[in-house]
Design a protein around this ligand. Structure first.
Ligand SMILES: *[C@@H]1O[C@H](CO)[C@@H](O)[C@H](O)[C@H]1NC(C)=O
Ligand SMILES: *[C@@H]1O[C@H](CO)[C@@H](O)[C@H](O)[C@H]1NC(C)=O
Ligand SMILES: *[C@@H]1O[C@H](CO)[C@@H](O)[C@H](O)[C@H]1NC(C)=O
Ligand SMILES: *[C@@H]1O[C@H](CO)[C@@H](O)[C@H](O)[C@H]1NC(C)=O
Ligand SMILES: *[C@@H]1O[C@H](CO)[C@@H](O)[C@H](O)[C@H]1NC(C)=O
Ligand SMILES: *[C@@H]1O[C@H](CO)[C@@H](O)[C@H](O)[C@H]1NC(C)=O
Ligand SMILES: *[C@@H]1O[C@H](CO)[C@@H](O)[C@H](O)[C@H]1NC(C)=O
Ligand SMILES: *[C@@H]1O[C@H](CO)[C@@H](O)[C@H](O)[C@H]1NC(C)=O
Length: 823
């Protein structure tokens, strides 16, 4: 309590006395005559209180204002005045309480409370105590009740811009303080928010929740906090966030060396805090040492290189992102042009006497080199007029057969569309004899696996030139295996030979004048062939034609025979097809299924045995319908026309199947036909088509082999009319029989198998047994979902003869080929 006795000893003494003589026992609830005042937060208020001297004679008095605080209702002095002593202000009231000016219309004891706070709310009492008077003569205090009102002010508001994705859920939180407690109202754009399934207002209106944001939820949301003293509002804009999109991508540019280049990369995004990164040929530009001092990325994302150098040509890529979604990128090429220049001039060059030799001119040019002029001994060389001398595309000078006259002092000057940066320095060209082999390897070394081979080679320099270095290499560029190879001078030994060591080897002797090469072949005898390689193939719907390169045959004069292994991708069993004629390196595999992926491998064998498999390749046969004709096995809508006229160019085909008939037999309906008269050898399989309405469907499953000419169909719907056709399929085409109409007698029940009512009791019993079997089969079949598409149950006549079952499980072709179905 702000009662500082040491500061105001006299008042303290006086009040001590006062407390002895005056014990206020009032309770503010009792004071119906109390004055109620409402003040606005921050403003000031005057509590009006008179000083009524006893008998109107001024006497000394103490003015004391008290406030009732806390639960106990204790009175705390907030302002004490006594004569000329310093006034006292209670804690929290310092500087805010004073007596009103003497000339004001208020009573002399009135208190001016300024800068009102919410905590000032409550009961106040004005007390005037006349000294030198008996206690009971004093006047009761006047009670005041102060109500503090405050206009609303926000304590929590949503972000001003809220980025959302459609489908998001968001909560906008708006809380306000004020007295009386403000109410919160929500508006979307200009209209009050209507709560709905996805929009709701919670927690006394302070929370607006939107779940599953849709396009129509996008907009400005305003929360208004309102009480009697006023209102405040805050608006949050809900925007669909967008990843950065490049609006101005860089474009290809061509610059002259030394110029400045600028690549734009402007992007638009929500939020718009886009970062732009630049890469040259995949590396961040900042990390390309050669660019370091010349490159800047501008604020708008543009890349500036100033000045450009010849080597700056290449791809430049900018990548933009604002952290939402994947970064976008765009790239462009910089093409830096410059006049052709000589980059390097060897001051002395040698030409090998009587061989071909080159005088080198090392050139850089963009745009490309157009021509090079050469001088010899300060005179322009006219190579076009000189036999034996050619200026090559790269500008170097080729002498097809060097002689002594070619010796001299040369310069070269390159030109392109931008001109030239000048001539090379002079090059002293000397004609010298090339090195020669003193020992050459044998043309052929023949060894067995595990043996070793030593190949000899030695070369000698001509007079006045350097000793040649001699090295060995494989002509195909494969490295020599250091662990098994020993080289001593020009001699080389390869230990524990393997099949792979087979090949052409080169002894290379070189000095400054020339490089000479001697070839030899190393043959590893007596091995199985190496794997065929470079296997490739082309597919049609039903065929794949494979080609391959033979691997090493295993020894000289060995013959290779190939076998094709193939299977449908994903299946485990391989089909093997030997390739004929022996040694052929291509073959066509027939009778594949269309639209199917197959794996192929080629294996080779020789008299010693089977070699390694080639790498597997996968090939997909063409989809039927990928070509401009409909293949025979297609189910679904089929145009009538296609059965008559197969389109031109669809490959050779047989004549039409003949004499198609449908006959009712005791266990179903037998479809029979005869093989085509013309080119019947082309038939690879038959297909039976049927229809009951406009739509043709395939009746059989699996293929009907060319040697079969009948098919048993068990379930036809009684009373319905069917149309049938038989297609004779060749490798790439087909021919159709005539259409046959067949009306099923009405007595035949749907999906039931009937035996004819002909025959005696014995036949009837047989029929019952057959029906029971068939019902069992029907039930089994019902379990098989893929069959629900069929409204007929078909079985091969051949299968029916097999006693066990009438059911033909659908088989993959590879299985079909293995199984034997013969009539
Ligand atoms: C109350 O005090 C304030 C601030 O000192 C002053 O502006 C105002 O005039 C005073 N009111 C009266 C009635 O004296
Ligand atoms: C002062 O207050 C007391 C108690 O509330 C009351 O009995 C008395 O009449 C009052 N005196 C005057 C002069 O109003
Ligand atoms: C830019 O240059 C590259 C490489 O030269 C080229 O592939 C591309 O088509 C060019 N782009 C345009 C728009 O010309
Ligand atoms: C841009 O701002 C968004 C939201 O404020 C933030 O999530 C993102 O990481 C920022 N992106 C960048 C590149 O600074
Ligand atoms: C020029 O081309 C020839 C033939 O391809 C080559 O031998 C020679 O090294 C090349 N010269 C230069 C300088 O590139
Ligand atoms: C290389 O082999 C030849 C023939 O066997 C031999 O005369 C020569 O000394 C060998 N060279 C070296 C450097 O061993
Ligand atoms: C591989 O075969 C392709 C096409 O048949 C051919 O172009 C290519 O030269 C062959 N590669 C080798 C190494 O034989
Ligand atoms: C057609 O087939 C039926 C029954 O197999 C046979 O009787 C008839 O002679 C055949 N007709 C011709 C033209 O071959």
């Amino acid at each position: 309590m702000g009662w500082r006795a040491e500061q105001t000893p006299h008042i303290a003494a006086g009040l001590l006395l006062l407390l002895l003589v005056y014990l206020p026992v009032t309770c503010h609830q009792d004071h119906q005559d109390a004055v109620h005042i409402t003040a606005i937060l921050g403003e000031s208020v005057v509590f009006n209180c008179q000083v009524d001297f006893p008998e109107d004679i001024p006497v000394p008095y103490v003015l004391q204002w008290e406030k009732k605080v806390g639960e106990t209702g204790q009175d705390i002095p907030i302002y004490i005045w006594y004569e000329s002593y310093p006034t006292h202000s209670g804690e929290g009231y310092e500087g805010r309480v004073s007596r009103v000016a003497p000339d004001s219309p208020y009573g002399a004891a009135s208190l001016n409370l300024t800068n009102i706070r919410e905590s000032d709310q409550g009961w106040y009492e004005c007390k005037v105590v006349f000294l030198n008077r008996s206690p009971n003569q004093h006047k009761n205090g006047t009670w005041f009740h102060l109500d503090v009102h405050a206009p609303p002010r926000f304590s929590i508001t949503p972000e001003e811009i809220i980025y959302v994705n459609l489908g998001d859920a968001i909560i906008l939180n708006c809380q306000a303080e004020g007295t009386p407690t403000p109410e919160i109202l929500w508006y979307k754009d200009a209209n009050p928010v209507e709560p709905s399934g996805t929009v709701g207002i919670f927690n006394d209106g302070t929370e607006l929740r939107i779940s599953n944001i849709r396009h129509e939820d996008i907009g400005d949301y305003t929360c208004i906090a309102r009480n009697g003293e006023g209102q405040v509002s805050h608006t949050a804009r809900v925007i669909i966030a967008g990843g950065a999109v490049i609006t101005m991508p860089p474009t290809n540019q061509t610059k002259l060396e030394g110029e400045k280049v600028q690549f734009s990369c402007e992007a638009k995004a929500l939020p718009g805090n886009v970062t732009v990164k630049w890469f040259r040929e995949g590396a961040p530009v900042a990390e390309v040492a050669a660019l370091e001092t010349r490159v800047t990325i501008r604020r708008d994302g543009a890349l500036v290189i100033n000045p450009v150098a010849a080597d700056d040509s290449g791809q430049y890529l900018c990548e933009v992102s604002n952290g939402i979604g994947d970064p976008q990128s765009a790239s462009a090429y910089l093409n830096v042009e410059y006049p052709a220049k000589v980059t390097f001039t060897p001051t002395v060059q040698y030409l090998p006497f009587r061989l071909a030799g080159v005088v080198q001119c090392y050139i850089k040019a963009n745009p490309p080199l157009q021509y090079v002029t050469w001088t010899k001994d300060k005179r322009l060389l006219e190579p076009y007029q000189t036999k034996d001398i050619v200026i090559m595309n790269n500008g170097s000078l080729l002498f097809t057969r060097v002689n002594q006259n070619h010796q001299g002092r040369y310069t070269c000057t390159p030109y392109n569309a931008q001109g030239t940066q000048g001539s090379s320095g002079p090059m002293e060209v000397l004609v010298r004899k090339p090195p020669v082999f003193t020992v050459e390897p044998e043309p052929l070394y023949q060894r067995k696996v595990g043996e070793s081979v030593e190949m000899h080679c030695e070369a000698q320099e001509a007079e006045g030139t350097q000793r040649p270095t001699v090295v060995w290499r494989r002509r195909d560029g494969l490295p020599l295996q250091k662990s098994r190879v020993r080289a001593l001078g020009g001699n080389i030994t390869i230990d524990t030979l393997r099949r792979q060591d087979f090949g052409i080897y080169q002894c290379v002797a070189s000095n400054e004048v020339a490089t000479i090469v001697a070839d030899t072949q190393l043959v590893i005898e007596g091995t199985q062939p190496h794997a065929p390689y470079n296997v490739s193939g082309t597919a049609t719907e039903f065929q794949v034609t494979l080609r391959w390169q033979p691997g090493y045959a295993g020894g000289p004069d060995y013959k290779q025979d190939y076998t094709i292994w193939y299977r449908e991708a994903g299946f485990s069993e391989w089909t093997k097809v030997p390739v004929t004629p022996s040694g052929a390196t291509s073959v066509t595999i027939n009778r594949l299924q269309p639209g199917t992926t197959y794996e192929f491998q080629v294996n080779s064998k020789n008299t010693i045995g089977e070699g390694m498999m080639s790498k597997a390749i996968t090939i997909r046969t063409l989809d039927v319908g990928a070509k401009p004709k409909v293949a025979p096995t297609t189910a679904g809508p089929v145009d009538e026309k296609i059965f008559q006229n197969a389109p031109e160019g669809s490959g050779p085909k047989s004549g039409p199947p003949r004499n198609l008939t449908v006959t009712e037999v005791h266990n179903g309906f037998l479809i029979t036909w005869q093989a085509p008269l013309e080119r019947s050898h082309l038939v690879q399989y038959y297909t039976i088509k049927y229809r009951t309405d406009a739509q043709w469907k395939t009746l059989n499953r699996g293929q009907i082999r060319p040697e079969e000419t009948s098919y048993l169909v068990k379930n036809l719907v009684g009373g319905r009319t069917y149309y049938f056709r038989v297609l004779a399929n060749s490798a790439t085409s087909y021919e159709s029989s005539d259409e046959v109409r067949f009306s099923v007698p009405a007595r035949v029940k749907h999906k039931a198998i009937t035996a004819g009512v002909v025959g005696g009791i014995l036949f009837f019993i047989v029929a019952i047994i057959l029906s029971v079997c068939a019902v069992k089969i029907c039930n089994k079949r019902k379990r098989r979902k893929q069959e629900k598409a069929y409204n007929m149950v078909a079985a091969r006549l051949t299968d029916l003869r097999a006693a066990d079952s009438t059911q033909v499980p659908f088989k993959k072709k590879s299985d079909l080929e293995k199984a034997e179905y013969r009539v």
